[in-house]
Design a protein around this ligand. Structure first.
Ligand code: KMH
Ligand code: ZN
Length: 275
């Protein structure tokens, strides 16, 4: 398919597990704040919302009730694809990380391997990855495989071959996490190389690498790109973004200038085979 014939899916990740209000005073913590940031981002062009939950004091949480509160508030107004994280925070157990699946999302992130994550260890054993995938499929939740390094792609290809994952795969190439693959153009073909051709791929890039790497991904024909405070709080060097929605608007404008249209939630559901 020509690189510009399919609309671009923009995912917003309004809050991860690492970013805090020291990094940006507008980081959403409560379910209401997370829902509001998500809805503004959908208005700006996001068709997928990648969610983490926080306690009211900002501590990352696996509590499905916190996820469910945000999800319900979003669905009352709009119908983006809702993806919950099963990556959680580095210190969470796999049981804690997968509790969000009880909140009734459309999709979930899924790790296929371990890595250094800054100065921490981010551990996902192969058996944990296989059982998390089974849990997600059992609830009708479609996984997006998070690929932070080439070994994760190799592991995902093996899980697909063995039937632990169902094709065509939706994958997210995450570049620029200290401990994972670096944010260079060559990272994209390197992460895709072990996977079958029909994979639907998006790109996430951390911090100052975001705009450049996502622009490259758009030109290469990526199915999607991800922005949001989980990954980056700056619009430009030294200039904080006003909001998650401003980051969505910015990358949508880049995409349009480069000849891509922006996917609606319905188009995103069709492209990613999400009901
Ligand atoms: N917070 C990171 C340790 C995911 O959402 O699946 C893991 C993460 C990836 O954010
Ligand atoms: Zn995440």
């Amino acid at each position: 398919m020509a690189w510009d014939t399919h609309p671009l899916i923009i995912t917003v990740a309004p809050v991860g597990a690492e970013v805090t209000r020291d990094n940006h005073p507008g980081v959403p913590y409560t379910p209401a704040e997370i829902a509001a940031a998500s809805l503004e981002s959908v208005e700006a062009g996001a068709s997928v919302v990648h969610l983490h939950a926080r306690e009211p004091d900002g501590k990352p949480s696996g509590d499905p009730l916190l996820f469910a509160e945000a999800i319900t508030a979003i669905r009352m107004v709009a119908k983006p694809i809702i993806m919950v994280s099963t990556g959680g925070a580095v210190w969470m157990t796999i049981q804690d990380r997968t509790r969000a699946l009880e909140a009734g999302p459309d999709m979930c992130s899924l790790e296929t391997g371990s890595m250094n994550f800054g100065d921490d260890l981010f551990l996902t054993s192969r058996p944990d990855s296989i059982s998390s995938a089974a849990l997600a499929y059992g609830k009708g939740v479609v996984p997006e495989i998070e690929l932070f390094d080439v070994g994760h792609s190799v592991a995902a290809a093996r899980m697909l071959k063995e039937g632990h994952l169902r094709g065509p795969l939706n994958v997210n190439l995450v570049v620029g996490v200290p401990g994972g693959i670096d944010a260079v153009p060559e990272a994209i073909p390197a992460l895709l190389r072990p996977l079958p051709d029909e994979v639907r791929w998006s790109v996430t890039a951390i911090g100052r690498h975001q705009r450049r790497m996502l622009s490259i991904a758009i030109l290469l024909g990526a199915a999607g790109v991800r922005v949001g405070f989980e990954d980056n709080v700056y619009l430009r060097k030294g200039q904080l973004a006003k909001s998650n929605a401003e980051l969505v608007e910015d990358i949508a404008s880049v995409a349009r200038q480069l000849g891509r249209t922006i996917a609606t939630p319905d188009e995103a559901r069709r492209i990613l085979s999400v009901g």
